[in-house]
Design a protein around this ligand. Structure first.
Ligand code: CP3
Length: 349
């Protein structure tokens, strides 16, 4: 089906658009009363595993906030689960894994086979969301980066200092590479299946790429992201977005992976990223998520500054520099989207 509003996909390819497209990381989530209403009846994993529910919350921000792309409601942790590590989502704590990875035997026991079949609930949700979107806006799919998934598999949940995950790469680098490669294989199968099911672009969430030294980032995170992108490229021309939060030291290297878009957090400037990547990739970002707690005047100024910072021309996708927080007022998110739509026109003449 032809997509009516395809400016997000055009911007991924640095093609001409009338204005800057906008979507919001974690837009399908708890800040929406419509999400919380469904969430009262079902736990998180039930929602993730029920295509009708996942498709419904995927569409909510398109209807309510007016974003230029939908992102499939799911979680990055479906991959560890499909590989053999089940988890629970604990209220106020976050994900918790029953088992964790620490030895070669643990890695050998993981399976990177039949991932598409095991995650057919996601591909069904994708197909259903595509159908319900009826071509209004594109649908984004996603996966965690191998390094970010490794942190959860080794730590068993969230962490402040990444002591176990980082010790693992210091003390057992060969095993770490073995595990990263296995996760990479699973992610490739998973994203390929989602592309076949209908996603129009995909983002790799490397939420914890920035906790590594540059040296370690270039050894343990980026090469596996690159392998995913290069392998998928052989079969599909689906645009790809790398979001390695905090890895501001490696924009050049990211742009050399073949990715279509580099996602940027709020701690740097879009002008700088544009300069470093030489306009070879599109750039996504990068409003500080806390700006949504500022007054409307300040929000307007910050949107204008972010647009001006990227400057004239194509290849900017407006987004926050990380996920929207659960206590944001939906009206603020709506205002943000309206402001971007209005204020960005002058950069595309
Ligand atoms: O962007 C979207 O709206 C699509 C849905 C989406 C979710 N998780 C739904 C979710 C996406 C893209 C993710 C990615 C994800 N999941 C990441 C990377 C993105 C980032 O923000 O850095 C990470 C690290 C996870 C793992 C995860 N999932 C954690 C640590 C938690 C608990 C903390 C939290 O944010 O609640 C989750 C739960 C989660 N994933 C929720 C949602 C809507 C909240 C669950 C609830 O309803 O209670």
């Amino acid at each position: 089906m032809k997509i009516k509003n395809d400016i997000f996909l055009k911007a991924c390819r640095r093609e001409k658009t009338e204005r800057t497209p906008v979507w919001i990381m974690r837009q399908a989530g708890r800040y929406l009363p419509e999400y919380r209403k469904i969430r009262e009846k079902y736990d998180f994993l039930t929602m993730v595993k029920t295509p009708e529910l996942a498709a419904e919350v995927t569409l909510q921000p398109v209807d309510i906030i007016g974003v230029d792309a939908a992102i499939i409601f799911s979680d990055i942790l479906v991959i560890p689960e499909a590989m053999g590590l089940p988890y629970k989502m604990e209220e106020k704590i976050g994900p918790l894994f029953e088992k964790t990875i620490s030895t070669r035997e643990d890695i050998d026991a993981l399976s990177a086979e039949g991932i598409a079949e095991k995650l057919s609930y996601v591909t069904s949700a994708v197909a259903l969301a595509k159908k319900e979107l009826a071509g209004r806006v594109p649908l984004i799919g996603f996966a965690g980066s191998p390094w970010t998934l490794l942190t959860y598999m080794v730590e068993g949940g969230g962490t402040k200092n990444f002591k176990k995950a980082k010790s693992f790469i210091f003390n057992a680098p060969e095993e770490a590479h073995l595990l990263l490669l296995k996760i990479t294989e699973a992610v490739i199968q998973y994203l390929s299946a989602k592309i076949e099911a209908g996603i129009d672009a995909y983002q790799i969430f490397d939420s914890w790429g920035g906790v590594l030294s540059k040296r370690h980032y270039l050894e343990f995170s980026l090469p596996y992201i690159e392998k995913i992108i290069m392998t998928i490229k052989k079969q599909f021309d689906t645009p790809s977005i790398i979001f390695s939060k905090g890895a501001n030291h490696s924009f050049k290297e990211m742009s050399e992976t073949g990715a279509s878009v580099i996602g940027v957090d709020w701690t740097t400037t879009l002008a700088e990223v544009r300069k470093i990547t030489g306009g070879e990739t599109a750039v996504q970002g990068n409003l500080d998520p806390i700006t949504l707690f500022a007054n409307d005047k300040v929000l307007e100024k910050e949107v204008e500054k972010t647009l001006a910072d990227y400057g004239n021309g194509e290849g900017h996708i407006f987004n926050l520099g990380h996920g929207i927080l659960p206590d944001v007022e939906p009206s603020k998110a709506r205002l943000l989207v309206e402001l971007v739509k209005e204020k960005s026109k002058k950069y595309h003449r």
